[in-house]
Design a protein around this ligand. Sequence first.
Ligand code: ADP
Length: 459
Amino acid sequence: FGGIVKVPPMHIVHIAVEMAPIAKVGGLGDVVTSLSRAVQDLNHNVNIILPKYDCLNLSHVKDLHYQKSYSWGGTEIKVWFGKVEGLSVYFLEPQNGFVWTGCVYGCKNDAERFGFFCHAALEFLHQGGLQPDIIHCHDWSSAPVAWLFKDHYMHYGLSKTRVVFTIHNLEFGAHFIGKAMAYADKATTVSHTYSKEVAGNPAVAPHLHKFHGILNGIDLDIWDPYNDKFIPVPYTSENVVEGKRAAKEALQQRLGLKKSDHPLVGIITRLTHQKGIHLIKHAIWNTLKRNGQVVLLGSAPDPRIQNDFVNLANQLHSSHSDQARLCLTYDEPLSHLIYAGADFILVPSIFEPCGLTQLTAMRYGSIPVVRKTGGLYDTVFDVDDDKARAEAQGLEPNGFNFDGADGAGVDYALNRAISAWYDGRDWFNSLCKRVMEQDWSWNRPALDYMELYHAAKKY
Ligand code: ADP
């Protein structure tokens, strides 16, 4: 436009059931926080409405205070207000016990609990006279916002408001998602390739005219190797070798691995079918065979999978105690040390809407080794195979990737990665420096969302 374009600030309200770091289960929680922060940094007004779970991590909420209460749905709903990562958050606490369950997900009546929350959130906006430009809802859990808004609120004081719906993972609640797709003014999903992969799904197919892929980013303040209290030596791309060496030693020390300079493969994941469990296991054994070290940080919602990994951990911790550690829990501080201390982060997902781990890996100078699917395909460019594809994006290649969903596939990428580490440390170090300098922040995606929000207003 040649000059500074003044656009009036927009008011955006997210209605969500996850928010990092106070109620995070997966990437959805990260996105709600980091997208909001990026949009707020562009001088727009952003609020988040979240259930006041009894399991909230309140140490990250500043100035939490009770504001008021209102009646709705046959119960009293208490409204609390606080600041999380600099964002204004309204916490709704219905006195019917729906949020006093010790968990975000995992109750038999999750759909009912979240449906109630969505309706209560709209009622809160309505009774408070708030008229945001955009209400942004996410996945099946806040999908009901889209139709409840259109059916019950749009014509009662909220006529200027538009609804944007984001699919973070179509695997969950496709039925809800289809309905929200129909009612929303605009819909997105979290990468271009995933938007193509799901285009034929009956929940999505009729709505392609209003459906867009916008890549997630990572929050550069939350994930910052130069300012990270969980790693021993602050580093940037300038001293990446020293920084990562210190982090690797700290990680080995902490987990009781042999303190030696071997290629270290990190895996940080929910352990579910989506994440390629058989490929993860295959890659662990292959790394050990190649004389590397493996650290897996993962938790399984399914007790059978958790058990399976407990057995594998016992086996590995006795047969390869110098080389392998499986930490079968959710541990955010440890994840930081792994991102910093690993040479490689492996993400062999069967499908992956966007994936944040490969982006965070790069921010910490770890080289992603990924399966070519969804957002992994859009963000990781193979050093041998994808030079032209990277160049078309104005990037240099930044990792290793593979097709297929069998052991041979993951071996193809992992073997080249490990060989590259053994064969040319100078080259490998320059690759680490290069990936750290790539921009996988919200800078670009936040602008794409603003454009989408504006387009929704004209809709
Ligand atoms: P998904 O949303 O499918 O779980 P993403 O890659 O989008 O996958 O996001 C996963 C997020 O959760 C990342 O920020 C990752 O670091 C974090 N994470 C996953 N498992 C663990 C764990 N066991 N401990 C700590 N953080 C984890």
